[in-house]
Design a protein around this ligand. Structure first.
Ligand code: ADP
Ligand code: MG
Length: 694
């Protein structure tokens, strides 16, 4: 047996189960062993039945006193009550009960007078006995099997956690007994050379695999997790190392001062000093055969697009193509428009390609891209499709990088030997950017174009809503537009005090009585639907846009001058700042109203930061302090390319170890090191680079 062996080789897997597993993407033993438990039940943690009430489950040993009774509590609902008794360490007897809903035959599983282990949360209400609801249990003689740390896997349709436990247990047993080798390479017991394991204090492969699934102790689990995190970190660090070592094969894009000069003269404004400095940095990078890898970081409205356009113009004049990747359809459209304004005077051929480009048009545009006729290609993820062939790609620009993460960046930079420019409005502390992105140079636009008015920002409770609404209506009456932002709510959440966008939309429609037009965008809508609504707002067919935070990124509607944010306390500070950046995009005075009835000191402090600051990096610093880096960047929900366990923000030291290790592994000529490098880079590519640019 090995990792390629089909699951049918395991006990309990017939054709039907194999079919179900296959639907969950699992065909081989290797697929199973790669599943990570979502969490663990620590049944080794023994507790006192009559102790302090606790919030976490514990195991208790209880004697079953009597047979138990079944009660009908209401129609179709029954409650089975099993009386139990606990003996405290002092020898005192405490009576209590175990309850099960709708399990009338539970009594059959217990013999009065015998002792059992129960695992669950212990509840105690005033005047009531100690209780557990539907705990896991086992008779005393099964203690060894029961009192363990149990992995809980994600359920998939038709397959419960017990099934996964039993199947994976069979594999780890075979690994422990040596029947299955712990990995599928041809030689050795472990792909991590001993040197690395010793230097970084990492456990062996067998111990890791068995320890992550069926740990025999908490220590074994934590060692297993540590090694897994290390492997994840090493994988990404090797990917970065490879990018860094790409060498100097890129085509240099030499600066043509006369082109740049006439470009700057053609603009309706002159660049700020910060823009000039950043443009210089970009132009210098482009002129080298070493691929540029630069992030331009600038607050919303700081004028990043013009830098991108200048770079694209130089690239086109050097006879090379530029691909500009935006996170959404509507933003790609907006960039297309802006690029036409900036670059039409220079006769640059711009095409746009997105997922919704009709196939006939898409084919024609792809032909233009292939023949080199298209000089600037603007689009969404469609730009990295396999079917897009570039004639000679020289520059890749990605917008609002934090939306894409390392993952897509890998896709764009691994294969294409071209310059890359990343535009970001999220101020990332420099040290963290360097750790995370490793190879990235940073340019900061820390100055806003002159003549912008401060956005007047206020924090009110909902008592002032009427006033705010009439103010909005007045602004709309003057030909301006407004946003009304509601927090995103999970469907499972039931919180009457939280404003749901769809409900607010209906209410505001009633309120407006056709005096003005209202649109709605929410995260639940399909992309096309969202785009349609956004476009209506951009084209001024709607005056007020009710939205969730989906509007936060990059959208430019200069006539929008008012923003009302409901339940403002539910947003992160960085998010509020991004949202507010949607207004104040012209010379007109803009207003932002933060509304919340949550007056906790912490909320007031946070709202004050937004009211008093307009500088994104100040706000980021404050947010970072209040919430910690993981929350701020949202790394733990999404995960950076291939990272599942490791949070590089929270575990800087471990990630730095990975980077150090990658630096020795990458150039090494040692056979084991080379095998390791090959294996991990393959995984990096699988996680980051299913599709390549060239
Ligand atoms: P962001 O950095 O958020 O992407 P944009 O590039 O969209 O900002 O610029 C915001 C607006 O400011 C655009 O309308 C742009 O034309 C304008 N702008 C850019 N640079 C300047 C400048 N130096 N002076 C005046 N307006 C500028
Ligand atoms: Mg922008």
């Amino acid at each position: 047996m090995n990792y390629q062996t089909p699951v049918t080789a395991l006990k309990g897997v017939g054709t039907k189960r194999a079919e179900e597993l296959s639907q969950a993407g699992i065909q081989t033993l290797g697929d199973l062993i790669k599943m990570l438990p979502r969490r663990y039940e620590d049944r080794t943690r023994m507790g006192e039945f009559a102790g302090e009430p606790r919030d976490f489950p514990v195991t208790v040993r209880l004697k079953v006193n009597k047979k138990g009774t079944l009660r009908r509590i209401r129609r179709g609902m029954s409650l089975f009550v099993l009386p139990v008794e606990w003996t405290s360490p002092e020898g005192e007897a405490v009576k209590g009960e175990i309850n099960w809903f709708n399990q009338p035959y539970m009594g059959q599983n217990f013999t009065p007078g015998d002792a059992y282990y129960f695992f669950g949360r212990i509840k105690k209400e005033e005047g009531q006995p100690y209780r557990m609801y539907a705990p896991k249990y086992a008779p005393e003689e099964k203690a060894e099997e029961f009192l363990t740390i149990v992995p809980i896997y994600k359920k998939t349709s038709g397959i419960g956690e017990k099934v996964y436990q039993s199947l994976i247990r069979q594999i780890t047993d075979k690994i422990r007994s040596g029947e299955i080798k712990p990995h599928d390479l041809s030689s050795g017991e472990d792909y991590l050379p001993d040197d690395i394991k010793t230097t970084y204090h990492l456990t062996g492969l067998t111990e890791m695999l068995c320890g992550i699934h069926f740990p025999e102790s908490k220590e074994e689990l934590s060692h297993a997790r540590r090694r897994l995190k290390f492997e994840e970190g090493l994988t990404i660090a090797l990917g970065i190392e490879r990018i860094k070592n790409r060498g100097y094969g890129t085509q240099a894009i030499l600066n043509d001062p006369s082109v740049l000069d006439s470009f700057l003269k053609s603009l309706p404004f002159s660049l700020t000093n910060a823009q000039k400095r950043v443009l210089d940095e970009v132009v210098n990078d482009l002129a080298s055969t070493k691929p540029m890898n630069r992030m331009v970081e600038g607050d919303v409205g700081s004028g990043k697009t013009v830098i991108a356009a200048a770079a694209a113009l130089l690239t086109a004049r050097a006879g090379l193509q530029t691909a500009y990747m935006a996170p959404t359809e509507i933003l790609s459209e907006q960039h297309e428009k802006t690029f036409h304004e900036f670059l039409d005077p220079f006769g640059i051929q711009i095409v746009r390609l997105t997922g919704s480009t009709p196939s006939k048009k898409a084919k024609k545009r792809k032909d233009m891209i292939r023949s080199g006729q298209a000089q600037v290609i603007i689009g969404t993820h469609a730009l990295i499709q396999e079917s897009v062939d570039y004639y000679n790609l020289g520059l890749v620009i990605t917008d609002e990088q934090h939306r894409f993460g390392v993952k897509q960046r890998g896709k764009l930079t691994n294969k294409g030997d071209c310059h890359t420019l990343v535009m970001s409005a999220t101020p990332i502390p420099r040290s963290i950017a360097l750790t995370l992105f490793g190879d990235l140079d940073l340019s900061v636009i820390d100055e806003r174009p002159a003549g912008r008015k401060r956005i007047k920002t206020y924090f009110y409770t909902s008592k002032r809503l009427r006033d705010i609404l009439s103010f909005m209506e007045k602004e709309i009456g003057e030909g301006h537009q407004a946003y009304l932002v509601c927090p995103f709510i999970e469907e499972s959440e039931e919180m009457p005090e939280v404003h749901d966008a769809t409900r607010v939309y209906k209410e505001i429609k009633k309120y407006a009585q056709n005096r003005f037009n209202i649109g709605l965008v929410t995260g639940k809508m399909k992309a096309e639907e969202k785009d349609r609504e956004m476009r209506k707002f951009k084209d001024k067919k709607t005056d007020l846009l009710v939205a969730t935070s989906v509007i936060e990124v990059g959208i430019d509607v200069p006539d929008a001058t008012v923003m009302l944010i409901l339940n403002a306390d539910r947003f992160g500070l960085a998010q509020l700042h991004q949202l507010r950046g949607r207004i104040g995009r012209s010379e007109k005075q803009s207003y932002c109203f933060l509304v919340s009835d949550n007056l906790a000191p912490n909320t007031i402090e946070r709202m004050k930061i937004i009211v008093e600051n307009e500088d994104g990096s100040e706000i980021a610093k404050a947010d970072y302090k209040l919430r910690g880096p993981g929350e701020y960047f949202g790394t733990h929900q999404s995960g950076y390319g291939g990272l599942k366990l490791l949070d590089p923000m929270r575990e800087r030291k471990l990630f730095e170890d990975c980077i150090a290790c990658a630096k020795t592994v990458y150039p090494s000529g040692d056979k084991d090191m080379m095998l390791l490098k090959e294996k991990l880079l393959k995984e990096f590519d699988q996680a980051n680079n299913e599709i390549s640019l060239t």
